[in-house]
Design a protein around this ligand. Structure first.
Ligand code: SF4
Ligand code: SF4
Length: 378
């Protein structure tokens, strides 16, 4: 993924300064929670412009403005400017000017480099979810479809059932796939979000060389962050490997009746992970699955207007209090629908939303697997 330097956005920053419409503030979870103008996109664009024009120096509040943002992309919906790209370039600019990233973020980089995941887990931890699954390991030229598990779900025990469900559903859908196990690399999403662009660009090249060497033609992933990152990497590297999200693979089968599902009468609502919905454009497929399996009801802010759960772009590690507040707001919104279960399909969103008591949070693949199993019961 080739990212632009901050200087390349100067005209856009000037446009924002001249316009100053503030439309970006209405859907920004950080601005809506804190009401601090410098932390809205409008304020951040002004800060970037001031730095480029040498009107002021890098200070702790400049660094805060760069990093106190979930990169949820909501501001891009209200504005023609490439705001989230500005923010990524801003983070990179600070790193290039010798500002150490927040200590929580530098540890992410060290972990990806040393362990191939941002969680300080040994590479062998990637194999745990495969125990007892009888899923073939990818070998050169032996398979065309790779199921890319993603490091977060693979190494975090509470998320493992989601991967197991994904693999079982792909089997039921007659997808002939293999996995990389502990050789699966990190997609680099976290590096990109915290401004470690150089490290990310090296990693994505290495990753796609590995996929090409295995003869992979299609990658199916259940992780929204892996999905958007791998898709953009494939585009920028000119790779012909097709990148799909597992809901794209399965929703059609559910709709066509090839994957039989028993509908529960339970009222459920769905949280669009930012990377899958707003940033990935996959809005209908998850809804088709939740709608087939339950009495589905939308939240007031949904689809492209969905509010971020607060887990993204390093916010959870660097600004935990704000991150928790955003998660609580999301749960409140979900409860306001009268639903008893909140369904989502992102390891970060699930982990984050489960920290808030008062609502059952269910993984979409686990929901679908249960509904397919229930359809076989008398
Ligand atoms: S970022 Fe876009 S929406 Fe926000 S103030 Fe600037 S021009 Fe307006
Ligand atoms: S990306 Fe999201 S959190 Fe960041 S400024 Fe835009 S709307 Fe706010």
């Amino acid at each position: 993924m080739t990212t632009a330097d901050l200087e390349e956005f100067e005209d856009e920053l000037e446009t924002c300064f001249g316009t100053s419409c503030g439309f970006c503030e209405r859907g920004c979870p950080v601005y809506q929670a804190l009401k601090v103008r410098t932390l809205s996109m409008k304020g951040r664009n002004r800060t970037m412009l001031g730095l480029l024009k040498k009107r002021f120096e890098i200070t702790p509040s400049v660094v805060q403005a760069a990093f106190e943002c979930t990169l949820c992309g909501n501001c891009d919906r209200w504005c023609a400017l490439k705001n989230t790209d500005h923010t990524r370039a801003f983070r990179e600019y600070l790193l290039k000017h010798g500002v150490e990233p927040m200590k929580e973020h530098s540890s992410l980089l060290a972990s990806v480099k040393n362990y191939g995941n941002p969680w300080f887990q040994p590479r062998s931890a990637r194999n745990k979810w495969l125990k007892g699954q009888d899923i073939p390991k990818a070998a050169p030229g032996k398979q065309e479809v790779l199921f890319f598990a993603g490091c977060t779900s693979a190494v975090m025990k509470p998320l493992v059932p989601s991967l197991v469900a994904s693999a079982k559903l792909l089997r039921r859908a007659n997808v002939n796939f293999a996995v990389m196990g502990q050789d699966e690399p990190c997609c680099g999403s976290t590096l990109l979000r915290v401004g470690q662009t150089e490290a990310f660009e090296m990693l994505e090249k290495e990753n796609f060389d590995k996929f090409e060497a295995l003869g992979v033609k299609k990658i199916v992933t259940a992780c929204p962050g892996c999905y958007t990152t791998l898709r953009k990497s494939a585009e920028s590297l000119g790779s012909e490997i097709e990148i799909v999200h597992i809901t794209q693979e399965l929703a059609e089968l559910v709709k066509g009746g090839d994957l039989k599902v028993k509908r529960s009468s339970e009222k459920m609502t769905y949280h669009d992970p930012c990377h899958l919905g707003r940033l990935g454009g996959i809005l209908d497929e998850p809804r088709e699955i939740v709608g087939a399996a339950s009495d589905f009801i939308e939240m007031p802010n949904h689809g492209y207007e969905s509010r971020c759960c607060g887990a993204g772009a390093g916010l959870q590690s660097a600004f935990p209090k704000l991150s928790r507040e955003l998660a609580s707001k999301k749960i409140e919104e979900a409860k306001s629908t009268g639903a008893t279960t909140l369904v989502t399909c992102c390891p970060f969103c699930e982990t984050q939303l489960r920290t808030v008591p008062g609502m059952r949070v269910v993984d979409l693949m686990e929901l679908l697997l249960k509904a397919t199993e229930d359809s076989n019961k008398p």
